[in-house]
Structure formats: C-alpha cells, structure tokens
Design a binder for this molecule. Structure first.
Ligand code: TXA
Ligand code: MG
Length: 320
C-alpha cells in the first residue's frame, strides 16, 4: 500500500471509521492510531509495528467524560485528571468491560490519555470511538516526532500520516497510576514529577525501575538507535572508545572538535528544549555512519529525569 503524508482530517476520519490505521500528531510523539474498540484495527497496529501482543496500547480520547466511559473513575481521580489533561499525562485505571482485552493485553487496567494537539483534537471531536495509539515507530526504535520520521519507519505499512508538524514536547507521556494517597509513576515522560507535585498533595512515587516489566517502556532495550550508545562521563567514555567515529550528545558543552562531533540538545540549557530535541538528534545521528554514540548524563531536574531514562534504555541493548 502507498503511504501518504497530508493534512486532510476528514480523510483520516474516513480511514479510521473503516478500521484502517492513521498516524496522528500529538504534543508528545506521533501515534499509530486505530479504532480502540475494533479487534481488526488493533491487530493491524500490532502487525504494522511488529509489536508483541503482550504489550498493551494507550487509549486516546477527547474528554474526561470519555475516560469515564472506559475506566472506573471517582471524584478524586477526576479532579486529578482535570489538572493535567489534556496534556502529556497518561492515567492507568481499572478498565470497564467495553475495553477490548487486546488493547490492554489482558490486563484489568487501561491506560488513557487526552492528547493536546490542535489537529488530533479536531480529529477526535466527531469520532464516536476512542483511538488506540502506540508511538508510530517499529517496535523498539526511537519514537517519531515528525511525519517524516513516521514515514521512515512505517512506509508501505499504513495508508495515511496526518502531518501536524514537529511534536512540541518530543518525549512520550508520563504514565501514572493513582493508588490511594499515592500516585505511582510507571513511565517517566513529558510531564515532570516536579510539575505534578506542584499541583497535587499526592505522594508521587517513581516505580518504573522495578525488575518485572509492567509497561514496554520498562523493558530494558527500548527507544534504541541502531548505533551503539553509551551514557556517562564523556572524557572516560572517549578513552574507552578511542579510534571510533564518534558522535557525542551533550546538553550544551563542547568537546574536542578535532576528534568528535558534538550535538547539543540545548545551547541555552533549557531542559524542555533538550527533551524536544532528544529523539530528533538520536535519529539524525543514527543516519550518519558513526560507530558509537556517547551521551552525557543530564541533570536530574524537570524533564532531565525522562531524558536520562530514555538514554539508559537506548544504551541497555549494547551493554549486555
Ligand atoms: O506520549 C505517548 O504516550 C505516546 C503518544 C502516541 O500518545 N504513546 C506511547 O505509546 O508512547 P507506546 O505504546 O509507545 O507506549 C505506551 C506504554 C507502553 O510501555 C505500554 O506497555 C504501556 O504504555 N501501557 C499501555 N497500556 C497499559 C496498561 N493497560 N497497563 C500497563 N501499561 C500499559
Ligand atoms: Mg513506543
């Protein structure tokens, strides 16, 4: 099939109604969307991404009322959702019976979010079904933040890519599960822990570093370029990888220009800008013929934690 990039929202709606797939822009990363209530659409998503079936998919809806149709809410949780939705925040809640088991990979919990992108809001508005949408990349690779990135990975596998420009946040949503007076963070992402703590009294607990993976973002190798990547002290890593053609990912520092090429994620040391540039830069570097990528550890404030999380998962594959 031919994959077309365009901005025809009505065409996207028509395809989705026929249980076909459409890549959609969100403020975090592009999603590979299909009717979340349709088994055939869901199967197409797993097939196009080569994603294992045990890996559940996030449901995307237009409103908190729509979340109420598919997940068990109470007043406290609704109030929490109103603080952060629409936005880069995915909530994990007990699912209702109308949610297909294929979407949740058999789990009794469903992950749901309300994307905050003008085009995808317009797309969701007239739809009478929710969208299932994992990131629009082949399983394990770096999430796409432009329509062209989607095409690189899924050309010939889907009909249409709705072009919404470059994703403003550029890193996947934060996945959180309310648990009494706690909020368990199951995947670090585009909404920082500090930003959550600023608005709620819930005890925010990072639980994504446990052994047993609960979400694919927790599996060891993920978000990985094809070029081996190592994270740490650049000077030490350079000594270990002497004589290789090397790209360095740095927040803002310069390293020896004679020896290596350095890619800055934010010259002004703005952590949101660094997060927005991370996947773009990883993809860019991966296309050049570097033998190794060395990345700094980022300061752990704001989105720095999510950046470090993605870098360490990108590294995992090459560490074994
Ligand atoms: O920003 C985002 O979240 C993007 C955009 C497209 O919305 N989506 C995204 O989807 O990153 P994906 O499939 O690449 O990552 C979703 C993560 C996976 O690690 C998956 O295992 C987890 O969410 N997840 C989804 N449903 C779940 C469930 N019912 N229980 C536990 N984890 C779940
Ligand atoms: Mg993904």
């Amino acid at each position: 099939m031919e994959t077309v990039i365009g901005n025809d929202i009505q065409h996207a709606i028509d395809l989705l109604k026929k249980n076909e797939l459409v890549a959609i822009p969100t403020e975090t990363v592009y999603g590979l969307a299909g009717n979340a209530l349709s088994e055939s659409a869901l199967l197409k998503i797993f097939e196009a991404k080569k994603r294992p079936r045990f890996n559940p998919v996030i449901m995307h809806v237009k409103s908190i009322e729509a979340i109420d149709e598919y997940a068990v809410l109470n007043e406290e949780i609704s109030a929490l959702l109103r603080l952060f939705m629409p936005g880069p925040f995915t909530v994990l809640l007990p699912k209702k019976k109308n949610v297909p088991d294929l979407l949740t990979a058999g789990s009794d919990k469903v992950a749901i979010r309300i994307p905050n992108h003008p085009i995808t809001k317009q797309l969701l508005e007239p739809l009478d079904f929710p969208l299932a949408a994992p990131s629009a990349n082949p399983f394990g690779y770096i999430s796409p933040v432009t329509a062209e990135h989607v095409l690189e990975g899924l050309n010939g596998k889907i009909h249409y890519i709705l072009d919404g420009g470059t994703c403003a946040i550029g890193i996947e949503s934060t996945i959180a599960e309310p648990a009494g007076d706690k909020l368990l963070i199951r995947r670090l992402g585009g909404l920082s822990i500090e930003a959550i703590q600023e608005k709620t009294d819930l005890l925010v607990q990072l639980v994504n570093k446990q052994d047993k993976p609960q979400t694919s973002g927790q599996m060891k190798s993920h978000y990985a370029p094809n070029t081996p990547l190592y994270v740490g002290e650049i000077k030490e890593l350079l000594a270990e990888h002497r004589d290789k053609k090397t790209a360095v990912i740095s927040y803002s520092k310069d390293y020896d220009k004679e020896l290596i090429t350095t890619y800055h994620l934010s010259a002004n040391r703005d952590m949101n800008e660094a997060a927005a540039n991370l996947f773009k830069v990883l993809r860019l570097i991966d296309k050049e013929n570097y033998e190794v990528i060395l990345a700094e550890q980022f300061p752990e404030d704001g989105l720095g934690k999510a950046i470090n999380d993605r870098l360490s998962r990108a590294q995992a594959e090459f560490k074994e």
